[in-house]
Design a protein around this ligand. Structure first.
Ligand code: TXA
Ligand code: MG
Length: 328
């Protein structure tokens, strides 16, 4: 059993990555950057190490983990690939696309939460890829937040949530995309989106036929059934194109609020305590989770976030905002 002695944030030097790989090979937990959000990594082939991830996050046992790979060619070691999946990998790996396929027996039940499928992804981040290569193992890694909290896009956010339970945090700076990967099911060949993300619907359509319009599809991804991304103060959503600001401010009852979005905040009787403006939907996506973490402790009673149009990264942004705004 690994003895937890590290508990620190390290710059991703070759020495630190070698040490991190040693920790993982002994069954420990290392948080590492990817292009989407930080992951909480462990040996994905070791039941005990994987169980430690669930314990550290307080993650429901029925929510499977993604196996992170450093080579496209490794996919067939862990899953039954097919022609469609190959096309997706060639086009989008390394990158923010997770592909669900039928699992091979080497993948422990704990990693896939008892399902007959496994989710695979090759991240587009040099630190992540170096770490996986150095381990010579596939890394099971969920987002490195306490279950239910906004995903971490900086090493500090990982430390805030998991500082006491992770053996080492590799600090690669703020992540570039800021929202988690797109998850698609390609186990039967036909492709359906289970979670929108960095690879957009428009990008996928150019490469494969998509099964679209099935509202129940997202239920095939266990993670979608759990509360997620929630800041500590209630979040309300505002569509700049629809005139609903009065109703929102009535609901806030004159109490203090903070704002995030691309458009200017709506005019209100009480001005916002803080307003974070982003220059584009991409910048909004990149900064969303850090903004939720920052604004929840600015002393406001309410958060108001702009709901962007559903095109491009807007679909994933809307998905995270709507889930963050759900009530318990
Ligand atoms: O960008 C990302 O995907 C980040 C970074 C660290 O790679 N990881 C991430 O992991 O977001 P996590 O565990 O927070 O979300 C994984 C999602 C969950 O919604 C889970 O239910 C779904 O993928 N998933 C994993 N395995 C699955 C499977 N076999 N079938 C369906 N959904 C699966
Ligand atoms: Mg997550």
């Amino acid at each position: 059993m690994f003895v937890n002695s590290g508990r620190r944030i390290a710059a991703p030097t070759p020495e630190a990555i070698a040490e991190a790989a040693g920790i993982i090979r002994e069954g420990g937990l290392v948080a590492f950057p990817t292009e989407t959000v930080y992951g909480l990594g462990a040996n994905g082939l070791d039941e005990g190490a994987v169980e430690r991830i669930f314990a550290a996050k307080g993650r429901p046992q029925d929510n499977p983990l993604i196996l992170h790979l450093a080579r496209i060619g490794d996919a067939e070691k862990y899953a039954e690939t097919n022609e469609t999946a190959d096309r997706l990998m060639q086009q989008f790996w390394p990158g923010p696309l997770t592909i669900v396929l039928y699992a091979l027996d080497v993948v422990p039940a704990a990693t896939r939460a008892g399902l007959d499928t496994v989710a695979l992804r090759m991240p587009y981040n040099a630190v992540a890829l170096d770490l996986i290569r150095e381990c010579r193992l596939p890394l099971a890694a969920p987002s490195a937040n306490r279950s239910g909290r906004p995903s971490p896009t900086t090493a500090e956010a990982v430390f805030e949530d998991l500082g006491k339970s992770v053996d080492m945090i590799l600090d690669g700076g703020a992540t570039s995309i800021g929202l988690e990967s797109t998850v698609v099911d390609a186990s039967e060949g036909a492709v359906s989106i289970l979670r929108p993300g960095g690879v957009t619907r428009e990008m996928l359509r150019q490469v494969v036929d998509l099964c679209e319009g099935d509202a129940l599809l997202s239920l095939r991804s266990p993670g979608n059934r759990h509360r997620h991304y929630a800041p500590r103060v209630p979040l309300l959503l505002w569509n700049a194109r629809a005139d609903e600001a009065d109703r929102i401010f009535q609901h806030m009852n004159g109490e203090s609020w903070a704002y995030l979005g691309v458009s200017a905040p709506p005019a209100s009787p009480v001005p916002p305590l803080r307003a974070l403006r982003f220059s584009s939907p991409e910048a909004y996506a990149q900064g969303l989770f850090a903004a939720l973490r920052e604004l929840e402790s600015c002393g406001c009673t309410w958060l108001l976030a702009e709901l962007p149009e559903p095109a491009g990264i807007g679909e994933a942004l809307r998905n995270r905002l709507q889930r963050a705004a759900e009530e318990d």
